[in-house]
Write a protein that binds this ligand. Sequence first.
Ligand code: AMP
Length: 405
Amino acid sequence: MNKLTIKDVSWKGKKAIIRVDFNVPVDEKLRITDDTRIKASLPTLEYILKQSPSKVILMSHLGRPKGKFVESLRLTPVGVRLQEYLKEKVLILDDCVAPKIKEAIDKSKERVVLLENLRFYKEEEGNDPVFAQQLASLADIFVNDAFGTAHRAHASTEGITHYLPSAAGLLMEKEINYLDQAVNYPKRPFVVILGGAKVSDKILLIENLLNKADAIIIGGGMAYTFLKAQGKNVGNSICEKDKLDLARTILKKAQEKNVKMELSSDFAIAKGFDAVETKRISDEIPDGWEGLDIGPKTIERFKKVLSTAKTVIWNGPMGVFEKDAFAQGTKSIAQYLATLKDVTTIIGGGDSAAAVTKFGLDKAMTHISTGGGASLELLEGKELPGIKALTDKEKYKEIEKAGIR
Ligand code: AMP
């Protein structure tokens, strides 16, 4: 990667300001119900703290306070949990940019500081330059370790990079390396598995991947638009009738580009989402019936395609995996991926990541992306503002040589 990472910086005596993703779920008693994101930040924090920096200042958003101070969205519980993991006291501040903040940081004995929820200020999402500069004035170097917000140009992800040298944290580096590498320089055959509800959410993704993949497997709700476009009956299955032409164009392009397209061909059908008792396996979807999962023949055919792959990217479940009755397709594909040897398996954010984790197979994958929207945009071939804005390694060498910040 040509972008600066925390491994390229000598941290001794320096002040780091780190954008982390501490947007954790909290219950009505303000107890954290899942601290995965706090734990995920530890490698970067521990890496920098080992090198005797003078301060490590952390900043994050939590929920959607919409530019106002909201008591229930303070980051205090996060700071308390972080203290337990770091085994050192964290200075938890009640603001992020007021003049008293700089003073409090300079006077404090604590090495680690947590600023208050950035989104208490509308200037954060508005990417306000004065707000960004105030954040920047607290430190010498900016680190972005919040991949999940990298597709947004906010003051703490993009604005701040105009005022400080900016490096990727370890989480961010991992995301860029895996996703970028897999899409742009894949070991072939490169097979993409797409599913989920809608074709319309994934048009740009499909168009980008048609130029890169050797095969595209399509299951889940989005398959029915393609099947309908081929003239098949899809009954009451989810289907975007205004996207039939688009689906035909995509199938034609795939043929021209020699990309194998594999669509589902048998299904777990039912007389509706909640009519689980009517579930049966069928090659056809009669009127009044709905396709809610891929069937056993499709599973076997998809596995056969996957057996040749060296790189696999998966975005979107194969069926309504939230219901056990329609989870088999998603589960079987996840289980099969888990058995593959010497294959890079990447799960791209959101629902597919939730599914793989639900089946306890997350550890068996090469990489599970932490950012739904951000990973989708990377797979669409877009440059993410939070990544683009990071300092180039070469540029940082010049900055260091010149001895200026
Ligand atoms: P997405 O956010 O586009 O990846 O869509 C994920 C959602 O698609 C999940 O909540 C699934 O329940 C849903 N889904 C997957 N397959 C189907 C299907 N055959 N019919 C209806 N919904 C589906």
